[in-house]
Design a protein around this ligand. Structure first.
Ligand SMILES: C[S@@+](CC[C@H](N)C(=O)[O-])C[C@H]1O[C@@H](n2cnc3c(N)ncnc32)[C@H](O)[C@@H]1O
Length: 360
């Protein structure tokens, strides 16, 4: 297939486009981007007939910062007849064999979401049609490709597939997280999403568990601390502002009214460092690098606030510098992941894991 469709947050199409173009260039897969502001998706059309299939095999979705989901698709189906939309969609997917799941989606915009009731209704007859043609298995299968039909406008859809081992597990690439009614702030969902995005459930059980020590820089009113406490951790919450009183009553938190850039953990037994200070991204990155070089944590999750323009370039530069700095100071064994999470707005979230190859 020739089109790689990528979902992103509305307003971030340029960044998503710049990123996929850069990654495709690295792989010598030629093509061009089709993207419109606020459409919440980007299409990278390759020159080769199977360019999108190749990209999907060679680029990990988790390595892309701005894409929530990606799938290879054929040409945009236009003017799908109201009387029978199923037949042309099934025909366009003739090359897909024995997929394990069907998702009829839209990009994440208010206009496109108006189509979601229609998408739900179409799913049943489409599923039947795809089963009959052999494109979809009779029973869902987690190890087979996923068919995506993405309605970008009424009667217009991109149809294709993603690979089970390189896809978002979520419909439209969006995790549905419940806001806990007793959490001090909505930003609690950012850290909750970060934990479940960067660590599998099994990894969380081992590496984000009860009894661990954590530091939260820029903690007030306590949305992120809430997530650490919920997981049974003991938290040093650093911020000049007031912490949520009810959260403090858990007895798992020590509040330091200090500058997060000067704070030094009194005991060097910190596993998690999290940081949500609103500051220049390069300054936050340098702070985390400094902690990493001193060996003051094992894993960190932090936000980088994004500029208004050239956001992909900025993120790329900061991550490249972080890589360079850590190595220069002898930190060789580490893993970095960065994602524009669903609950992030004008920021991206970074996960830095030191010594991942050392057994826990
Ligand atoms: C976006 S809020 C954090 C929200 C928090 N993560 C939550 O979920 O409730 C940013 C916080 O960083 C704090 N902050 C900014 N600069 C700081 C600094 N130099 N030292 C400590 N805290 C700082 C602010 O006081 C503010 O409370």
């Amino acid at each position: 297939m020739q089109n790689l469709v990528l979902y992103c947050r509305a307003g971030y199409e340029k960044d998503c486009a710049a990123e996929i173009q850069w990654r495709a260039e690295e792989l010598y897969i030629g093509g061009f981007v089709k993207a419109k502001p606020n459409d919440a998706y980007v299409v990278f059309q390759t020159f080769e007939a199977d360019g999108a299939d190749k990209l999907m095999e060679q680029i990990k979705l988790n390595d892309l910062v701005f894409a929530r989901q990606m799938f290879a698709a054929g040409e945009l189906l236009k003017d799908l007849p109201e009387s029978d939309r199923v037949t042309p969609i099934v025909e366009s997917l003739a090359d897909v064999e024995k997929a394990g799941e069907l998702r009829v989606e839209t990009p994440d915009t208010n206009e496109a979401k108006e189509l979601s009731t229609f998408c739900r209704k179409l799913t049943v007859p489409l599923r039947q049609g795809l089963k009959k043609s052999g494109s979809l298995l009779n029973k869902e299968h987690p190890k087979r490709p996923i068919i995506h039909v993405c309605f970008v406008a009424p009667g217009q859809a991109y149809c294709g597939y993603s690979l089970s081992y390189n896809t978002s597990p979520h419909f439209m690439g969006i995790p549905r997280l419940k806001f806990p009614s007793d959490a001090p702030s909505r930003s609690t969902l950012k850290l909750d999403e970060a934990f479940s995005h960067f660590l599998t459930k099994e990894e969380q059980e081992i590496r984000a568990k009860s009894g661990m020590n954590a530091v939260d820089l820029g903690a007030c009113p306590g949305g992120w601390t809430y997530q650490l406490v919920r997981r049974g951790m003991f938290v040093s919450a650093v911020d000049n502002g007031p912490m949520n009183e009810k959260l403090m009553e858990t007895g798992q938190i020590k509040h330091y009214r200090e500058d997060g850039f000067k704070f030094e953990p009194p005991r060097k037994n910190v596993y998690w460092l999290v940081c949500d200070m609103v500051e220049k991204p390069s300054r936050v990155a340098e702070l985390i690098e400094d902690w990493a070089v001193r060996g003051w944590f094992k894993e960190a999750i932090f936000n980088l606030k994004l500029p208004m323009k050239s956001r992909f370039k900025e993120v790329r530069q900061i991550l490249a510098k972080m890589d360079e700095m850590l190595r220069e100071y002898g930190v060789e064994d580490f893993k970095v992941q960065c994602k524009h999470l669903y609950h992030d707005r004008d920021e991206v979230t970074v996960h830095l894991w030191l010594n991942p190859s050392k057994e826990f």
